[in-house]
Write a protein that binds this ligand. Structure first.
Ligand code: ZN
Length: 235
């Protein structure tokens, strides 16, 4: 382990175009649970598929019930040492940007300015029909989801839902950033779902060193293809 950390430090010191890729493990120290881990909100509530959300008012009610429960954890969360370290690296010109699977906005709150959010953000609520932004706190504090004040459409957190495809522009930007890196630091992602697993592969294929910092062992990136499907790990 210490040898691994020494290697990571050496690679970072030598790097000129480092990029970070972060997952749920980076935010657990901020009190945000991994929603798919045992006890997480998506193990207590049946996931609401995006198609069902669009089609059914009952599904939208279930969605918001789970969402409000989840939001209680988000509301009090503050950036931790990992978020601050990455923001500091960027400020010192040592990090080009962060690609994240997280939806908590804590990288930006810590001071990171270039953050690509693969799964969207919990810090916005938007109308799925017209795209108008709505006040996040007001929506979460109300007991029922008033429809969009502009068009009457349903409101939804600006995150990628189960069964909803990732935004292709966001995905392309993430892969472009990863390919531009000479060092990709992967932190707190188990890399078992696409496109997470494909990002280090793309970076390595473009010549980057890849450092993986994670609680659990991760699959060998070499064993994964570069498939880029819909989100299997929607937040
Ligand atoms: Zn609307």
């Amino acid at each position: 382990m210490s040898r691994g950390l020494d290697t990571a430090r050496r690679l970072l010191a030598a790097s000129r175009r480092a990029v970070a890729f972060t997952g749920a493990g980076v935010s657990t120290a901020s009190g945000i649970p991994d929603f798919r881990s045992p006890g997480g909100v998506w193990t207590r509530h049946a996931p609401v598929m995006y198609a069902d959300f669009l089609a059914s008012e009952e599904a939208r009610r279930r969605y918001w019930r789970a969402r409000r429960e989840m939001y209680a954890d988000f509301r009090g969360a503050r950036p931790n040492a990992a978020h601050r370290a990455l923001a500091e690296l960027e400020a010192r010109g040592r990090l080009q940007g962060v690609v994240t699977q997280n939806i908590d906005g804590l990288h930006q709150e810590a001071g990171s300015t270039r953050v690509i959010e693969l799964h969207g953000t919990n810090r916005r609520v938007a109308c799925v029909a017209c795209g108008r932004d709505h006040d996040v706190a007001a929506v979460y504090d109300s007991d029922d989801e008033a429809p969009c004040c502009g068009c009457g459409g349903p409101l939804k957190a600006a995150t990628i839902s189960f069964g909803q495809a990732l935004d292709p522009d966001v995905l392309e930007a993430a892969f472009a950033l990863a390919r531009s890196a000479d060092l990709l630091i992967v932190a707190g992602s188990s890399l078992v779902v696409q496109p997470a697993a494909a990002l280090p592969v793309a970076a390595a294929a473009a010549g980057a060193d890849v450092v993986i910092v994670n609680r659990d062992a991760t699959p060998d990136p070499g064993k994964h293809g570069s498939a880029r499907g819909a989100a299997e790990d929607a937040s």
